[in-house]
Design a protein around this ligand. Structure first.
Ligand code: GFB
Length: 315
């Protein structure tokens, strides 16, 4: 990739998009194009067409999505399905029509069947029923993967798709009702410590296992793949290790310095029992993560302390 190539990062204010911009700028890419939601509504076909016709980016990284944790996914299947399909259809089609040289579509590890073999190989896609709490989001992401593969097969487009595991880091969503588990527990541990509470409430049984990747590692992987990977076949991006939600909660309490007890709200869903990606394909290409979970949590907590979230509704 030339440093001067025009790169459009769709969704540059989010967890993933902001990490991509940080990494690209650090590496000397000096022709980035970004648009705030108020400037470009990716849900509007006409606006997206006009943007691509005017800007003609060479590279597109698709990091725009309606995302959320287990509760948001479960509560709003319509929005997760409709919004995601709409924006990805608009961007992928317009990218092809504007002659984009390469597009990277970001999916999610939730595209795999609920009872996929662990660690989950890329070949597990569409081999069984999905986890019901995130079926809508997963179906939208699978449609995006299939659209990229269709453009590659029918028109020879260089549209690739990476499947990141659960991500965390700066600019994450710390709202307790809509966030993922890691930012939620970081905030709860901080609030419990500062208020002198004795207990921290964790959702579910604590038994599900998840794999967590710092978003700066994902951003580095995206650049690596844009430069070295050109197959329409999906590729997993993770760290190759998972922890139970109980272990995660204990680790977060330790980093934050909360010394109280964990309590379990078993009225909340556990979701997929385990989600660990098989990362041998990306390892064989030569990419590996660099940020250990404990360090990544400590760095994210530092960021959180400097950027306290606006108050969300109580749980
Ligand atoms: O991160 P999370 O919301 O989503 O939840 P998924 C992971 C696990 O953490 C679940 C438990 O078993 C939750 O019950 N958990 C414990 C908590 N305490 C909390 C808490 O305070 N907040 C939250 N949010 N969870 C999402 C999908 O699944 O993962 C999306 O819904 C997407 O589609 C994303 O794929 C990466 O890992 O279960």
């Amino acid at each position: 990739m030339e440093k001067s190539e025009k790169i459009f990062v769709a969704g540059h204010r989010g967890l993933v998009g902001s990490a991509l911009v940080r990494t690209l700028e650090r590496d000397g890419f000096d022709h980035l194009v970004t648009r705030a939601r108020s400037q470009l509504d990716l849900g509007s076909e006409a606006a997206v067409d006009l943007f691509f016709a005017q800007e003609k980016p060479a590279i597109v990284i698709f990091a725009a999505a309606k995302v959320g944790g287990i509760k948001a996914n479960n509560d709003q299947p319509v929005e997760f399905l409709l919004d995601n399909i709409q924006i990805q259809n608009n961007v992928i089609r317009a990218a092809h029509e504007a002659g984009v040289r390469k597009l990277l579509f970001l999916g999610s590890s939730c595209i795999y069947p609920k009872h996929a073999p662990q660690p989950i190989p890329e070949s597990a896609l569409l081999t069984g029923p999905l986890e019901p709490t995130n079926e809508a989001y997963a179906i939208a992401k699978i449609a995006g993967i299939k659209l990229c593969q269709a453009y590659a097969r029918e028109y020879g487009a260089h549209f690739i798709s990476a499947m990141p595991t659960n991500l965390y880091g700066p600019n994450d969503n710390f709202d307790l009702l809509s966030s993922h588990v890691l930012p939620a527990l970081l905030r709860k541990a901080h609030d419990a410590k500062t208020s002198g509470a004795r207990e921290l409430m964790v959702w579910g049984s604590g038994k599900p296992r998840r794999e967590f990747l710092h978003v700066d590692d994902l951003a580095a992987a995206c650049l690596f793949l844009l430069e070295r990977y050109d197959s329409p076949e999906i590729i997993n991006v993770g760290c190759g290790e998972d922890v139970s939600i109980r272990e995660l909660a204990e680790l977060i309490c330790d980093v934050v310095g909360f010394k109280g007890e964990l309590a379990w709200d078993t009225t909340k869903p556990d979701g997929t029992p385990r989600k660990l990606l098989d990362v041998s394909k990306v390892h064989d290409l030569g990419w590996r993560h660099t940020i250990a979970l404990r360090d990544g949590i400590a760095r994210t907590y530092e960021w959180f302390l400097k950027n306290p979230p606006r108050d969300s509704k109580p749980e």
